[in-house]
Design a protein around this ligand. Structure first.
Ligand code: AMP
Length: 400
């Protein structure tokens, strides 16, 4: 059975085709610059990468291009579009309305109505998701479309973790609470860690460190807290996002710099974090290079992330009354051994001891010292596989 996974952004659409009989990705692609000039990159596993300039005025044309690539005689992998049994869509925020993975019941059905309600919580993402869904429905009519929410895994948090101590009525009126993000990734890597530990009651801290970063506390397979909040702005320092700051900084800067509310959102999301602090780049590799060349601001940005990871691990160990495992994943977590080493330094108090040599080895899964009570794992994330698995389960009527 073939399942297509779609991740629609404002001007891009990523796709992966899974053969679910083998649980393997067999082709993937990226449609970029949708609505501008259109660029496509497609790779079928075992075949050469294809790059093309193709006009894609809307997401619908992007889906058409993706399907044409997948069915292309030369560089595709399936003979006909009808072989695609279902489409799974990555949804950044389901708010309080869309909690579990769900099949869209029709263009005017309640699921899409609920997705529209998420606009205020993630305006750019939700708009793009709706365009991606619309594109798939028009190019593949009759093919079941399933939504998999990045917020879903965090729905098990207790009220004390997800409630903000703000005026209650305002919070209720606008559904303001912690929803978290990267839930599909936290779910995947914590599931892998549980398998490795052979303990379904394990207490795990999962560190998804990428361009956007979030850290979760997972107790017995359930998320009990997470660093991202109402939006993916809260938590640790990120590529260009500030993470958690004193809320009073916001009106302080707005008044003095004469910045309106919408532009202030841009400031916090696009001009802070590694980029704003170092003045170099939002990409950790550039920041690290600058730090190695003596840039003190770049070094400080890196030190802040390592320090904040430590603090979250400490806080979450306290929240769970124990810790069995720390997991690193995503671009930085999987690749940057220096960040892992800095975050794991001087953590013996918690029973955390890194094996410096294993940590440096690329692709090493277990990086803890033999006498470390807490296991430290590097687990490449695979959000698309989770989306494909949920989609398969829903369309075949199995329990997730
Ligand atoms: P992601 O959002 O998961 O794609 O992660 C992007 C972040 O991972 C960027 O800050 C990259 O600099 C970082 N990253 C990706 N590959 C590497 C690498 N080989 N070494 C260090 N950092 C990396």
């Amino acid at each position: 059975m073939f399942i297509l996974v779609v991740n629609a952004g404002s001007s891009s659409l990523k796709y992966q085709l899974f053969d679910m009989d083998r649980e393997e990705m067999i082709a993937k692609g990226l449609c970029e610059r949708i609505g501008i000039d259109g660029k496509l990159t497609h790779t079928t596993v075992g075949k050469e990468k294809v790059k093309k300039d193709i006009p894609m005025p809307t997401h619908t044309e992007a889906v058409k291009v993706a399907v044409e690539c997948l069915t292309d005689k030369e560089f595709g992998c399936i003979s006909d579009m009808s072989q695609i049994s279902a489409v799974g869509h990555r949804i950044v925020s389901g708010g309080p309305w869309l909690i579990n993975s769900v099949q869209i019941d029709g263009p005017d059905g309640k699921v899409l109505e609920d997705l529209h309600k998420c606009f205020d919580l993630a305006p750019l993402h939700t708009k793009a998701h709706l365009q991606g869904i619309e594109g798939c429905m028009s190019i593949m009519p009759g093919v079941p479309q399933v939504l998999v929410m990045d917020t879903a895994f965090h729905q098990t948090m207790p009220a004390q973790a997800y409630t903000y101590p703000i005026d209650y009525e305002t919070a209720q009126k606008y559904a303001i609470r912690r929803y978290g993000a990267h839930g599909t990734s936290h779910r995947y890597v914590s599931g892998k860690a549980i398998e490795y530990l052979g303990n379904k009651n394990a207490k795990i801290v999962t560190c998804h460190l990428g361009n956007g970063s979030s850290i979760s506390a997972v107790d017995g397979g359930k998320c009990v807290d997470t660093s991202m909040g109402l939006t993916p702005l809260e938590g640790v320092i990120m590529g260009s996002r500030c993470g958690s700051i004193d809320p009073a900084i916001v009106p302080f800067v707005m008044e003095r710099e004469n910045i309106p509310a919408d532009k202030m959102g841009d400031w916090m999301n696009k001009k802070c974090g590694f980029l704003g602090l170092s003045g170099v780049s939002s990409d950790l590799r550039d920041v690290r290079e600058a730090a190695a060349n003596g840039n003190e601001r770049a070094k400080l940005a890196l030190d802040i992330l390592a320090y904040q990871i430590k603090k979250y691990i400490g806080a979450y160990a306290a929240a769970m009354n124990g810790l069995d495992c720390v997991v690193f994943t995503a671009g930085i977590g999987e690749n940057d051994d220096e960040m892992r080493a800095a975050a794991m330094k001087d953590m013996e108090f918690y029973g955390i001891k890194l094996d410096a040599e294993k940590n440096k080895q690329r692709g090493c899964f277990e990086i803890h010292a033999d006498d470390s009570r807490v296991k430290i794992l590097v687990i490449p994330t695979n959000e698309e596989l989770v989306i494909a698995s949920d989609t398969l389960a829903i369309v075949t009527g199995k329990e997730i």
